[in-house]
Write a protein that binds this ligand. Structure first.
Ligand SMILES: [Zn+2]
Length: 274
C-alpha cells in the first residue's frame, strides 16, 4: 500500500527528483544484499580449507592424508562431498574426517564478517585474506596434531610479503613494507630463539614460520603493532593454559599449541589499528 502510493507521488514529480529518489530507494537493499552475501560467498572456500586440514593434520613423518583413516575411501577436491562438507563425515563409512563438524565453516564466516565490518584498505585486505586462508587451516592442524607444516606456513608468508609489496607499489610506499619485513623477521627470530634456548618448552620453528606472515601484516602498521599482537596472543594462551591447569585437563609439562593464539593475536591487533 505504502509502496504504491509512493510510486504514484513519484510520477507526479519533476524528473530530477524522481532520479534522486529512485537511487536512494534502490541502493539500500542492494548494499544490504552484497554486504551479507560476501561472507556467504566466502563459505565456498570452506571445502578447500577443510581439504588442507584433512591433508596436513597427520603425525610428524607420516604421509599427507589422501583418504578416510577408517575405510580408505579417497578424500580430495575431485570428490569433496560429504567428507569436506560441514558434517565432516566419510561418504563410505561415516567416520569423522579432518576438522570438527561445522567448525571450519563457522570460523570462515566469522573471519569474513570481521573483515567486512573492519573494512581495511583493499591492498591490506587482500594480503590479510591471503594469510588467513592459510592461517585458518593451520589453526585446526595445530590443535589436532601440534604441527604447523611448512607447506602452509611458507606460502602464507611468501604471499603476504608479495601482496604487501604490491600495496606498497600501488601507493603506500616503501616505508611500511620495509617495516613489515623487518618486523616479520624480528618476530620470527624471537620464536626461533625461544626454540633454540628452551627446546620443547619454547614455541617452535613452525610458530617462527607462521610469524613471518603475521609479523609482516602487523609491522605494516607500525613498530608497536607486532608487540600488541604478541601480547594478545601470549595473554590468551596464558589464560587458556591456566584454565586447563585449574580444571586438570593439562599438566605443567603439557605442550600446548601456540599457532591458534598467534592467529587470534594477529587478527585482534589488526582490528585495533583498522
Ligand atoms: Zn571411511
Amino acid at each position: 500500500m505504502r509502496g504504491r502510493s509512493r510510486r504514484l507521488v513519484r510520477v507526479s514529480r519533476p524528473p530530477a527528483a524522481t532520479a534522486v529518489e529512485s537511487r536512494t530507494d534502490h541502493v539500500r537493499p542492494e548494499r544490504f544484499r552484497t554486504r551479507w552475501s560476501r561472507p556467504l560467498a566466502v563459505l565456498a572456500l570452506a571445502p578447500l580449507l577443510r581439504y588442507a586440514v584433512a591433508r596436513h593434520a597427520v603425525p610428524p613423518g607420516a604421509a599427507r592424508r589422501s583418504g578416510c583413516d577408517a575405510c580408505g575411501a579417497p578424500v580430495g577436491l575431485t570428490h569433496p562431498w560429504p567428507a569436506l562438507g560441514p558434517r565432516a563425515r566419510c561418504g563410505g563409512c561415516a567416520a569423522r574426517v579432518g576438522a570438527p563438524p561445522a567448525a571450519v565453516e563457522l570460523t570462515v564466516a566469522a573471519v569474513a564478517l570481521v573483515l567486512l565490518l573492519a573494512r581495511p584498505p583493499a591492498g591490506e585486505l587482500i594480503a590479510t585474506a591471503w594469510w588467513l586462508a592459510f592461517a585458518v587451516p593451520l589453526l585446526f592442524v595445530d590443535v589436532a596434531v601440534h604441527r604447523l607444516p611448512d607447506r602452509l606456513t611458507l606460502p602464507a608468508a611468501a604471499g603476504t610479503w608479495l601482496l604487501l609489496g604490491l600495496a606498497a607499489l600501488a601507493g603506500a610506499g616503501a616505508a611500511p613494507w620495509l617495516r613489515a619485513a623487518a618486523a616479520a623477521l624480528g618476530l620470527a627470530l624471537f620464536f626461533a630463539a625461544t626454540t633454540l634456548l628452551l627446546g620443547a618448552r619454547g614455541f617452535g620453528i613452525g610458530d617462527a614460520k607462521l610469524a613471518l606472515g603475521a609479523g609482516a601484516l602487523l609491522g605494516w602498521y607500525g613498530w608497536t603493532v607486532p608487540l600488541l599482537g604478541l601480547l594478545i596472543a601470549l595473554t590468551l594462551s596464558g589464560l587458556v593454559a591456566l584454565a586447563l591447569l585449574v580444571t586438570r585437563r593439562a599438566a605443567w609439562s603439557s605442550h600446548l599449541p601456540f599457532g591458534p593464539y598467534l592467529v587470534l593475536g594477529t587478527l585482534g591487533a589488526l582490528l585495533l589499528v583498522w
